[in-house]
Ligand binder design. Structure first.
Ligand SMILES: [Zn+2]
Length: 248
């Protein structure tokens, strides 16, 4: 079933419980006692990224295919299913970024890097592409995501309020920006994730995110893999997990 052809087809949506985070994303960049010291990202091209190496590449909370947890449950409206999953991915990604945020500073991450030759740019109010330090970029993304989640016209929670016909394109746009945050964390902060022994959790979240995005056409392959001269680091991880049958 295509999510993008489904808008307007299903009626009688159940009311979703509002599960809004009481907090808004904040920028990172302060030191806190007891937190491991920041680790610099590996030198470009020096070695294979750790997230592609065994045993880290296979680390997960659950083994096997994610197909069953991304499929539409019986009697659930497809738009509602996509909305509630996007809501959860945003919240979980925000929590994970919060865990590594203190290692992600304008000094350690002066650009929103996601590969040795890839820096994402932000489109400013004059439609100009600008390079921002990663914590600033991610703060903008998280704030933008949270504002959308809190917007009743985008994520309706009240009975009788329906999703806008533009919801699929908004969902895809949200997905693309979340992918960039995942890609930055893998590229620049995977050692921080390992330091906290969170790799099975983080891999599982990202694999779920990829499998869901593939199932509901929220991700473009070009966004996952990047351009030939500027590949996204996690593009290889995506390939590896496909080979392992995790995403099917
Ligand atoms: Zn960073």
């Amino acid at each position: 079933m295509s999510f993008f052809n489904s808008i307007g087809r299903s009626m009688g949506r159940q009311q979703r419980n509002p599960r809004r985070s009481p907090t808004t994303p904040t920028s990172a960049g302060f030191d806190s006692p007891g937190f491991p010291p920041p680790l610099p990202p590996p030198a470009p091209g020096a070695q294979k990224p750790l997230y592609l190496c065994s045993p880290f590449v296979e680390a997960a909370l659950v083994k096997g295919s994610l197909k069953t947890i991304v499929s539409l449950p019986k009697y659930v409206d497809v738009t509602e299913w996509v909305a509630v999953n996007i809501f959860d991915f945003c919240q979980n990604l925000n929590l994970f970024y919060g865990v590594v945020a203190e290692c992600c500073t304008a000094t350690s991450c002066p650009t929103m890097a996601a590969g040795p030759n890839l820096d994402y740019t932000w489109i400013d109010h004059t439609r100009k592409q600008v390079k921002l330090p990663a914590p600033t970029y991610i703060d903008y993304v998280m704030t933008w995501l949270q504002n959308l989640l809190d917007d009743e016209s985008v994520f309706p929670t009240k009975s009788g309020h329906d999703f806008s016909p533009t919801f699929p394109s908004t969902a895809k746009h949200m997905y693309r920006q979340m992918l960039r945050v995942f890609a930055h964390i893998y590229h620049a902060h995977y050692r921080d994730i390992l330091h906290l022994r969170s790799e099975p959790h983080f891999n599982s979240l990202f694999a779920h995110f990829l499998a869901f995005g593939k199932e509901w056409e929220l991700l473009d392959v070009k966004d996952i893999k990047g351009a030939p001269n500027a590949p996204v680091g996690v593009g290889e991880l995506w390939e590896k997990w496909r080979e392992l049958g995790i995403l099917e």
